[in-house]
Design a protein around this ligand. Structure first.
Ligand SMILES: *Cc1c(COP(=O)(O)O)cnc(C)c1O
Length: 393
């Protein structure tokens, strides 16, 4: 069996590494040389766990969904990341990185965001720590995501609208990297298991609290630490990486990743990276991405802003490449229907991203005695308008 931990050069199999401008090498070296020993320090661990407990509200429950279990004739458990402060898993990572940034002596935090969810999670922890926060966001996204822009502003962040290129996420990323090159005292806070090494590993570590908890919670409920399957949606891949983390070397646990098919994998309006992508360099690492023959990024499409990303992180590319992970996709319509079903049966309105993971229950059959854990990555308050208008169209 392959090794699913990153190697010393920052690779998962043939994916990963740090493909960055020369000027960024000192910043990345500083991070690479320090993050492991900093997060291993007892004082760091204590502060991280106490914030996760008292500020974020962890541990999040592992909930046995009896009506969904009956419908699908298997045992379905939801890992309730939707109950975290700020409504999703993203805050696990931003708390970890802000503590790291402080210990590196950084006073200014930058981030990029597409839908604004990572921007909000970053602005939140910057307010918590009293640090300056600048969030780069494509001008088009600033318009589309007004509620999150307002949240960030209320939290004290400066939102920089980026007017170059397609005015979306990749342009915001370019601008954040430019800023970082020019400002050595700045910490670049990345929101998923993407970016140059060591970010993918670091973010996965901070999110691994999810599978850490699943293990003891499932043991309490079933007597076994290991589920038969873990299901999660994949944008960049951080909630999935966190939910899979402690099970990757346990072959009896199936790792099921669900990407966004948008209007359909072959419609030209999709974000199903493993189905449509090829090897390339995106956001500073080698991974799978949607690109034209001459390497231009293909604009992704998904009804859920958080899955609207043209690639996946190197850990997931490796899971896909070695067939350790099973990759599926769900369309906009399948996700919306699944969200309505989950809401009616369990009284839980999931995030649109999350609804892609639950949608897969219609396509996969599990045995009656199997234990299936679905990572409920976030809550759906932010998506209500989309849910209502989709059904009324
Ligand atoms: C951002 C987001 C995602 C997608 O990001 P990953 O890094 O793939 O986890 C999924 N679910 C929710 C609720 C999100 O906010």
């Amino acid at each position: 069996m392959s090794n699913y931990k990153v190697d010393e050069n920052g690779y998962y199999g043939k994916f990963g590494g740090a493909y960055i401008p020369e000027m960024l090498h000192p910043h990345i070296e500083e991070l690479k040389n320090n993050f492991r020993h900093i997060i291993a320090e007892e004082e760091f661990q204590t502060e991280f766990s106490s914030l996760l407990k008292d500020y974020v509200g962890r541990p999040t429950p592992l909930y046995y969904a009896s009506r969904m279990s009956e419908l699908y004739q298997t045992n379905i458990y939801f890992k309730r990341e939707d109950l975290n402060h700020t409504g999703a898993h993203k805050v696990n990572n931003t708390i970890g990185q802000i503590l790291l940034a402080k210990r590196l002596g950084k006073t200014r935090i930058i981030a990029e965001t597409g839908a604004g969810q990572h921007g909000v999670a970053t602005a939140t922890v910057c307010a918590l720590m009293g640090l300056e926060c600048i969030v780069y966001m494509g001008a088009k996204d600033v318009e589309r995501q007004a509620p999150n822009v307002n949240r960030m502003k209320m939290l004290g962040a400066k939102v920089e609208a980026v007017h170059s290129g397609s005015k979306t996420l990749k342009d915001a990323t370019n601008e954040a990297i430019r800023d970082w090159i020019n400002n050595p005292d700045t910490y670049y806070l990345i929101g998923s298991v993407v970016g140059p090494h060591p970010y993918p590993e670091m973010v996965a570590l901070f999110q691994s609290v999810i599978s850490d908890e699943i293990k003891w919670q499932l043991k309490e409920k079933t007597g076994s630490e290991f589920p038969d399957a873990v299901i999660a949606c994949v944008g960049g891949g951080s909630n999935a990486a966190g939910a899979f983390y402690h099970f990757t070397n346990h072959p009896n646990t199936r790792l099921i990743a669900v990407e966004a098919a948008g209007e359909g994998v072959n419609t030209g309006k999709s974000a199903a990276t493993t189905a449509l992508g090829s090897i390339g360099i995106l956001h500073g690492s080698k991974s799978l991405m949607m690109q034209t023959v001459d390497g231009q990024i293909v604009e992704p499409h998904s009804i859920s802003a958080g899955l609207d990303y043209p690639g996946i992180g190197p850990f997931h590319a490796h899971l896909y490449d070695t067939k350790r992970g099973e990759f599926y996709s769900a369309t906009d319509e399948e996700a919306v229907k699944s969200a309505y079903e989950l809401t009616k049966l369990e009284g839980i309105i999931p995030a649109l991203e999350t609804a892609h993971a639950t949608a897969i229950l219609k396509k996969l059959k599990f045995k009656k005695e199997e234990n299936v854990v679905i990572n409920l990555s976030g809550r759906g308050d932010k998506d209500l308008a989309t849910y209502i208008s989709y059904i009324n169209e």
